[in-house]
Ligand binder design. Sequence first.
Ligand code: FAD
Length: 402
Amino acid sequence: MDGRSKAPGKVIIVGAGITGCAIAWHLARLGHTDVTVLDRGTLGAPLGSTGHAPGLLGRNAASPVMAALADYTAEFLMRLPGAVFNKVGSVEVARKAETADLLERKAATARGYGFEAHVVGPGELAGLVPYMDVSGLKRGLYLPGDGTLDARAALRGLHEGARDAGVTFRENVAVRDVLVREGRVVGVVTDDGEIVGDKVVIAVGIWGAELLKRHGIALPLFPVQHPYFTTAPLAVLDGAPAPSRHPMVRDLENVFYLREHGDRLGFGWYSHAPAPAEVAALIEAEMAFPAHGFHEGLSHDLFPVLAGAPIERKLNGIFSMTPDGGPLLGPVPGEPHLWVAEAVWVTHSGGVGRAVAEALLGLEPTIDVGAFAPDRFAAMPEDVCRARSLSLYNDIYAWPAP
Ligand SMILES: Cc1cc2nc3c(=O)[nH]c(=O)nc-3n(C[C@H](O)[C@H](O)[C@H](O)COP(=O)(O)OP(=O)(O)OC[C@H]3O[C@@H](n4cnc5c(N)ncnc54)[C@H](O)[C@@H]3O)c2cc1C
């Protein structure tokens, strides 16, 4: 990242979701507390995607940088007060030979990063997740270091830690635009008037492109709708008090995932046609659940317990996609005082928080996120950026061919 200065002065972070709070927490930990975090909502009732994230955290990734960011985040959140990360492991399953080969490749990559990884057969899979129907499965990949987290608890822990260290949080302050004087970004324009600062960091999640459009910047970030269901309590989980006891599961062929929420199951899927979200008029990262288009192709062959299970909550949440699935991090081109931290998953939020804080302070990055500069798609036409971003939705579990 360029645009560094040794003393960033007053840092204004727009957005108190997991990304904004993780940056603020790490700035404070590194000794810089001249930081104000603004949000148009309240910290107790988050309006953004973080409030909806079921919190599956997988460390493994085709990109070593993404794997390092996730690994740091898991270890970091495990130590954050409030016990927010449950290291119950993850399981990815394969019915077809080519998927089983992909799992072997993922296992080798994970071991290369130093993660524990086991390729297992149906018998071991049945032991790991007792209510999964393993009869059609060829193989599975078990990663014991993965797990589930409580994204709202993580947000609370980061907010309280940053606040106690001296960071200022201001709720119910909506940012309308960035503030420019003599051609230079010098703060933000809010409903409450102007707030002046030396560095502005935009961390508003799905609203990032919308906000920066007003400043003439086209951010390659595309909000999409995403379904997540939570069942009523199920006998198969036997009144479980723990957030999760068994590994979360990812079905690569049906692009489906599942985790436990105590005695309930939660599941989401990416097998429907990608559904872009128009977010300008939305205050919350959620839309009405559509009557058609999302559930038609949904299969419960892996989890017969879900067929006919009462559904307590149907969520149509929204998160951001980019043309390569990576976040957008660092100063925007030609604007050294205006930074973005956008399209960040909860999974990578701790690592991103540390990397962006280090870069703002001009420190040598512990994890180099230079590959995620926000201008890396500058040569790509907008319609191509959009098409690529949306096409990644169905391929979320795919890895680049060897
Ligand atoms: C259904 C669903 C399932 C998901 N599952 C997972 C998962 O299992 N694992 C995972 O890692 N990730 C998951 N995600 C993605 C994850 O939730 C997001 O990527 C992440 O929470 C984004 O965090 P953020 O802080 O960048 O944005 P947000 O959490 O959206 O926070 C942005 C904040 O900015 C504020 N804001 C917006 N505009 C303004 C403005 N103009 N002025 C002031 N404040 C403003 C908002 O009020 C909000 O508080 C899921 C998302 C959804 C919707």
